[in-house]
Design a protein around this ligand. Structure first.
Ligand code: UDP
Length: 312
């Protein structure tokens, strides 16, 4: 049993992580400024004795009274739609927020866990992407606010590890979906399911030939805990290596929802990666982790969630 601080704990991934930590008997202090997270995501956790919520922007100084065993830094808007809307907050939470969270971990003698991203690989020229690949990121493009903030966060985390001897973990998270995604998140999975359920056109950006590899949230969180508990710094890719085109994703959503929504094609966002697939050799060998939920099954669960949440 441990006392764990989760920044961004009211977000999509953070809230699932808080729930799993509580289920295994850990105490959880959840920090979130609620700019993209929501109380609805953590509503059920308030009843649990080990759970505390503090509304706080971690890009300003963080202090948590008492002992802390681990700081899990999940605070950051992460949808491309957010990159346009709140770019400065994204840069601040990835840089200042990571520095503050590292400072808290150092002060407490706690383990630090960074939620990094497949976006550090940018529009990758190596396929699939192993952790050793340095990436292909446009620093001044609209995605650069997220990609470079996370690359800086990795650099800062490794500097604390080397310079201060801090015990750290870095996970690179690939596209993850599931219940508690925001319906207006702007992601392909949430957009397509909500559009299909409402009978609205499915918006495919570009010609739909770009690829992603989608991980169901329960698999992803299990990967986080496997990494947290093992003496491996990383970075470690945690993602489902089964790759789909966005057009294939749209077809699966239409089949699962039984919708007859038409497909409409819209312009591809600037710097949208053409392909993405994790090489998970390291996760398999070092963590014994691999995903178990296939895309269609995950889409079924997520569709059931959106039907309930949106009453459609
Ligand atoms: N996408 C799309 N229609 C949408 C939302 C996204 O075609 O309504 C595309 C987007 O351009 C990208 C892919 O789907 O190529 C995955 O987008 P998402 O925002 O889910 O994740 P990310 O781009 O961060 O991988």
């Amino acid at each position: 049993m441990a006392r764990v601080v989760v920044t961004g704990g009211a977000g999509f991934l953070g809230s699932h992580l808080c729930r799993r930590l509580l289920e295994r008997g850990d105490e959880v202090v959840c920090l979130d400024n609620l700019i993209t997270g929501s109380i609805a995501n953590i509503e059920a956790l308030f009843a649990q004795p080990g759970f505390t919520f503090v509304q706080h922007d971690v890009s300003t100084f963080i202090w948590v009274p008492g002992e802390v065993d681990a700081v899990l830094h999940f605070a950051s808007p992460a949808s491309p739609a957010d990159f346009e809307r709140i770019p400065i907050q994204i840069l601040k939470v990835g840089s200042l927020g990571t520095h503050n969270a590292l400072g808290l971990a150092k002060a407490k003698g706690a383990r630090f866990f960074l939620a990094s991203t497949s976006e550090v690989y940018g529009d990758p020229l190596v396929h699939p992407q192993p952790e050793t690949y340095w990436g292909n990121v446009n620093p001044i493009g609209p995605r650069g606010v997220y990609d470079e903030a996370k690359r800086f966060a990795e650099a800062m985390t490794m500097a604390y590890h080397r310079h201060h001897g801090l015990d750290v973990r870095i996970v690179r998270i690939f596209n993850t979906f599931g219940p508690q995604m925001r319906p207006d998140d702007g992601r392909a999975v949430s957009n397509f399911i909500v559009q299909a359920l409402r009978g609205q056109p499915i918006t495919i950006y570009g010609d739909g030939s770009q690829t992603r590899s989608f991980t169901y949230v329960d698999d992803e969180v299990r990967g986080f805990l496997a990494l947290l508990d093992r003496p491996i710094t990383g970075p470690v890719n945690i993602g489902n290596p089964v790759e789909f085109t966005i057009a294939q994703l749209a077809e699966i959503v239409l089949e699962v929802t039984g919708s007859s929504s038409p497909l409409v094609f819209e312009p591809l966002p600037v710097d949208d990666p053409t392909q993405r697939q994790p090489d998970i050799t390291l996760a398999r060998e070092a963590l014994g982790w691999e995903p178990t939920v296939d895309l269609r099954t995950g889409i079924e669960h997520t569709t059931a969630y959106f039907r309930g949440a949106l009453e459609i």
